[in-house]
Structure formats: C-alpha cells, structure tokens
Write a protein that binds this ligand. Structure first.
Ligand code: KMH
Ligand code: ZN
Length: 284
C-alpha cells in the first residue's frame, strides 16, 4: 500500500479557499499582495505547490479570468512554487466558469472526481463535466490533481483514467480531502481504505478539514503520503488557537515531515515528480 522507499514530502499549501471570510480569519490572504507574500513565506517554509482560489475586491470568491491570469503570473515571477488553480471554485460557480479557469494556463489544476455534500450545500461534479475538464487538461498540457472527497471518488478517478487515458505527463497525483461534512471522515481508517483503492504508481497527498487536519497529516505521513495544509482547510492550530497565517501551517507540516524522516520536497523534485511542464518564460 504505502511507498515505503519514499524519501521526501511534497507539501501543498491551500492558502485561501472559497468558504472563509476575511472578517472571520484576519490572516486569510485575499488580495494578490497578501497571497504572494504568504506564498513566498510558505515556499521558504517547505511548500512546493500552491492551490489557489482568488477573491474579488470585496474579498468574495472569484473566477475572473484577468485576476486568475495576473495571479498565475505574479506567483510565477515571485516564487518557484508549482501553481495549481482550483477548478472547484465555490459551490455556486457554474461549470462553464470553472472550465474557463484553464485559460489562465496554470501548471496544475484541481479536478474533483464526483459530487459531494458540502455542509448545507452540494459541490457538483457530474461525470460529463469531469470528462470535459480532464480532456482539456490533456489538450492544454496541465497536470490535474484528482481531488477525492469520498471513497467513491477513487472509483470515479479510475474510471476516468481507464476511459480517457493517462493525464498530461503520464503521472497520476491525487489529494484526499477528508473531513468535509458530507464526505469521507478524517480518520486513519478512512485514509487507509482510500489509499488501498488507489492505482499502483500514483502519488497522493491528504488534507483534513478543521480539527481533522493534524490526525490526517500524521496518518498520511505514516502511510507514505504527501501533505496538503492551509487556511482553505483549517483555521485553528489547536483548540482555541486561531491560525496566524499559512506560513505557520506549512512550518508545522514541515516539522512533522522532518520528524517522520520525510523532509519537505524541493520545488524541483516536486516538478519532476508531477511532470509539470516547464512554462518559465511564458507570459500567463
Ligand atoms: N470550494 C469547494 C466547493 C477545489 O478547489 O477544486 C471546492 C474546492 C475544491 O475547494
Ligand atoms: Zn480548493
């Protein structure tokens, strides 16, 4: 099940998300300057990929094409991080706007492998949308990260790969998103079950929402996985202690990974692992 020879840990930071308001979390990066500043700090602390949602001038989730392009460009210019744009957006974003995210030409994008209850809402990912998004990643040479919120999503990802062939770069990378109210729980048992169902040879990270962040990170490290952390997923460091910023979460993840003798992966190692296309010198 676990890749026991695995040496280093790919740390992805998901700094913003689409669900939290700045008023509720002052350290949440919602402007481009805030995002780039925290991304730089996260890179220095051990992150090698950034999962990006952008906000509008009022701090609301946005899929505006110009904003996305400017964000990709700024992150490319000012960090070495692999830039992954969210195609999930918020639960209110329609499919066509979510597909248009790829126009910003990120290195990677999220691709959620099924519909899931999301608190009081529903995060819709119907099969035809998954197929269309996947085909566009292949055509545009963007590395998809398969987001798996439930055990059934693993089966759907395998069906997608069987039907549509390998992703750009031929390496499969997934992320277990655990502890969403409506998805699989953030437990070791659920993680082990999901990992056992993954295809051979893929790499995977895991993230636990809210209070499941730490147990999921520990379970992932012990099972040979990589880590995703960030204020998209959790706003408290421990009970009663709000997260200051994303750098704090990446520092904690790096410490855990190092203790597990799986220190943070360099950006160049991560690019090689995921087979990210070299877009240096390309204007976003
Ligand atoms: N904001 C959630 C509804 C993704 O980025 O692809 C979806 C999400 C997943 O965050
Ligand atoms: Zn996201």
């Amino acid at each position: 099940m676990a890749a026991m020879g695995l040496v280093s840990t790919l740390i992805t930071v998901a700094p913003t998300g689409a669900e939290t308001a700045k008023d509720d979390a002052p350290g949440l990066p919602v402007t481009l300057d805030e995002l780039v500043s925290q991304a730089k700090g996260c890179e220095a602390a051990g992150a090698s990929m950034v999962h990006v949602h952008v906000r509008d001038d009022e701090g609301r989730p946005s899929l505006d094409g110009d904003r996305l392009r400017d964000t990709v460009q700024a992150l490319r210019e000012q960090t070495g991080l692999i830039v992954q744009l969210s195609t999930g957006g918020s639960v209110h974003d329609p499919y066509d706007r979510r597909l248009a995210v790829l126009d910003a030409e990120p290195d990677s994008c999220s691709l959620t492998c099924g519909t899931v209850n999301f608190g009081d809402d529903v995060f819709l990912n119907a099969w035809p949308f998954m197929v269309e998004l996947y085909r566009q990643t292949q055509a545009r040479e963007i590395v998809p990260e398969f987001e798996l919120f439930d055990l059934g999503h693993v089966t759907a990802m395998r069906r997608l790969l069987d039907q549509e062939g390998p992703p750009f770069g031929a390496h499969v990378h997934c992320d277990l998103v655990m502890g969403v109210p409506g998805g699989m729980p953030g437990t070791t048992e659920a993680l082990v079950a999901a990992v056992a169902a993954l295809p051979d040879g893929c790499s995977w990270s895991a993230t636990g929402i809210g209070r499941t962040s730490l147990p999921v990170a520990l379970a992932a490290l012990s099972a040979g996985g990589h880590l995703r952390v960030g204020m998209e997923d959790t706003l408290t460091l421990r009970r009663g202690e709000p997260v200051r910023d994303n750098v704090q979460l990446v520092e904690r993840a790096s410490t855990l990974a190092t203790m597990a003798q799986r220190p943070p992966m360099s950006v160049s190692e991560a690019r090689a692992l995921l087979h990210v296309k070299d877009r240096t010198g390309v204007d976003a």
